[in-house]
Design a protein around this ligand. Sequence first.
Ligand code: SF4
Ligand code: SF4
Length: 362
Amino acid sequence: MRFSEFHDIEALESELYTCTMCGFCKQVCPVFVDEGWDTAAPRGRMTLAYGLLSGQLDVDDSVLDRLYQCTQCHDCARKCPSRAACPDVVLAGRREMVNRGHITTRQATLVDNVHRTGNIFGDPEAGVPSRQGTLPVFIGCQYISRPNSVKKIIRLLETLGVDPLVMDESCCGFPLRILGFDEAEKEQQLRLREQFPMDDREILTLCPSCLKQLREVYGQSSMHILQMLDRTLDTIPVMTPVQTRVTYHDPCDLSRGAGIMDEPRRLLAHMGADIVEMKHHHDTSRCCGGGGGILTWDEALSLRMSVSRIEEARRTGAEMLVTACPTCEQNLKRGAQAEAEASGHPAMPVRHIMDLLIRAVR
Ligand code: SF4
Ligand code: SF4
């Protein structure tokens, strides 16, 4: 289901009627698991969104909470036997709230940052290391803020015989879209199309959310770097194996969003890691607590969800938690720190799979 749908109330109403109120979505929603209220469950959010959009419900803080607490993890959509598109209905509700002027300072700052500087951090100095080449690489905001990592990834690609083309770029617009800033996102789309060639060439992405946005919104043929590495796995030299028991956290946009779940595990095994699975893994993975723009709304809830994910990782006996998304990495590191302070144990190490790979091939 594309985000652009549910702009009209009839489409939304018919989507709501597909919900049979079976409640299967409750058990998989990380927000419901934390909060325990029916309005925090996917079907509750759909009912609230419809109430707002049809004019039968007035806006108050509790309604806004339910709309903006959703992490857009899409596990409810996976689980729903009726195929109700709850995450998209939530986005329709958010767009309506933005149109009515219900905007927080943090959200307004993020939108302004992208408008002024082209990146979510509002950093006018942030940029990409330009390079002529044949394979267009979309770096993305989260990596633009980590220039050393980007240089290492580009060097790794070169080592593997890839010829990356790195050009000026700006935010793909994903953060604006998930917060409901439709107009700002469309402006950003135009800006990026002018900067970055969207043609027949497949684009390589580093970030799972950029991948989702390029494919779904721009209709652009794109692949994630893990897919590319997986195709040439046998040619990747491992000089320093990762001889550690690790557990892998599937980022929502990479697993449920793009079906990329076995590739990171094959890469970890190739690096010599011993992989143990958490209770929720592959397409049943649970959100790290950092998705859906929740950090602009409810940091405490986000932290509780990340701590819960760390506790799940602990129960596997793994010595390290690995992920493949910069947002998940940051959020899980916060969770690891909080869990360590509460338990008195050393913090669970959280690593990005690309950092592990860069070290392993050295
Ligand atoms: S699983 Fe689907 S049909 Fe069942 S309550 Fe949730 S949204 Fe409705
Ligand atoms: S997308 Fe995730 S957080 Fe949002 S309602 Fe569905 S299960 Fe809950």
